[in-house]
Design a binder for this molecule. Structure first.
Ligand code: 3AT
Ligand code: MG
Length: 335
């Protein structure tokens, strides 16, 4: 109890909160940058519609979900409804078109797990990945963006957490750590669980938006402008939330049994998800349910080595928030 009192004292200190807000502000992209991305996207749209008049182009990922820090890559999805298309052929064709339009470093990665075309725009230096028919990602992008509009503390917390994860080298799925998408879901779930709650559970509310993608029904309440002020009974500051977030993942989460679920706004058990055994490469050492593809555990990339790294990083962060005289610096020290 004494520790808790100590912690509350230090987190009451305005300077710590101000310092976290300053970091957040420094990560938010400038309007100029966003405008350039839009321009770039419109150019792509023009090129694509010449070749595929029926196709649609969507922005997704951090340039569209409001969790993008300055200088992020942009993720684009080309949606072609025709069921007959050959994915590789389309991507190769697309790479061809872009190449002849003077884009640099155009590469078609047709054999990747998610096949994409990668490119760089020479003037602005914008890098971009274009995938094909990944409409579910476009829909989960909208869900994240809608959550971000309800309470600004989500965006602040997620920026800090993503910045921490990148600085500490725990934001790389190919190394067995978590994707940015997973971290944002962890933040949403965490704010759903605060008392009083800072975020509602949109998928448990009356449906105002519904779409079927790849046989999955995606439905939730998306009139988020009606939810402004939802979390205002909770007065926690960003410094307190950062402390509590890391404390939760360091010392309170039940790694053996619990699954966090944004879809239900609650904790589910591994048993009810049947995520108790290792199947193939899926080990379920940290369980984060995808809000739409509910059989999909975003923690499945984590293995018995990287879970240790991840948990040690959560503990390090929690301890820094508790004891370090200058957490805003130490937290983000390169590993
Ligand atoms: P960065 O700022 O680029 O780190 P991001 O939000 O763009 O963050 P990613 O580039 O990792 O994140 O992923 C781009 C989008 O793809 C985010 C999400 O809409 C979708 N996505 C990523 N991983 C998954 C996944 N495992 N399941 C479903 N959708 C995913
Ligand atoms: Mg991205």
């Amino acid at each position: 109890r004494m520790l808790k009192r100590q912690m509350l004292c230090r987190l009451d200190i305005d300077w710590l909160n101000a310092a976290f807000l300053a970091i957040y502000e420094s990560l938010v992209p400038l309007e100029e940058e966003t405008a350039k991305q839009k321009q770039f996207f419109m150019l792509l749209e023009k090129l694509v519609s010449k070749e595929w008049p029926e196709a649609r182009l969507y922005l997704y990922g951090s340039c569209a979900n409001s969790f993008g820090v300055s200088k992020s890559d942009i993720d684009v999805c080309l949606a072609i409804e025709d069921a007959e298309i050959n994915k590789s052929e389309v991507l190769l064709k697309l790479a061809d078109i872009l190449q002849s339009d003077n884009f640099q470093n155009v590469q078609a990665l047709t054999r990747a797990r998610v096949p994409i075309v990668k490119l760089m725009e020479p003037v602005s230096g914008i890098s971009c990945d274009i995938c094909l028919n990944n409409v579910l990602a476009v829909v989960n992008t909208k869900l994240l963006r809608d959550y971000a509009q309800i309470d600004v503390r989500l965006r602040q917390l997620a920026f800090i957490v993503k910045h921490w994860a990148k600085s500490r080298g725990v934001n790389a799925t190919y190394q067995g750590t978590l994707s940015s998408y997973a971290y944002v879901l962890m933040c949403i779930h965490f704010l759903q669980q605060r008392r009083p709650a800072i975020l509602p559970c949109l998928q448990e509310m009356g449906t105002t938006y519904s779409i079927i993608v790849d046989d999955i029904q995606c439905a939730y309440f998306d009139q988020v402008e009606k939810l402004h002020g939802f979390g205002s009974r909770n007065k926690e500051t960003i410094a307190q939330l950062v402390w509590a977030f890391f404390n939760y993942w360091a010392y309170r989460h039940d790694y053996a049994n619990a699954v966090i679920s944004v879809r239900t706004g609650s904790i589910l058990s591994k048993r009810e998800k049947d995520w108790t055994r290792r199947i193939g490469n899926d080990r379920h050492l940290i369980c984060i349910e995808d809000p739409f593809e509910i059989s999909h555990d975003l923690g499945r990339v984590v293995d018995k080595f990287s879970i240790k790294v991840l948990r040690e990083e959560f503990e390090r962060a929690a301890d820094i928030m508790q004891y370090d005289p200058n957490p805003c610096v130490t937290l983000f020290e390169p590993y």
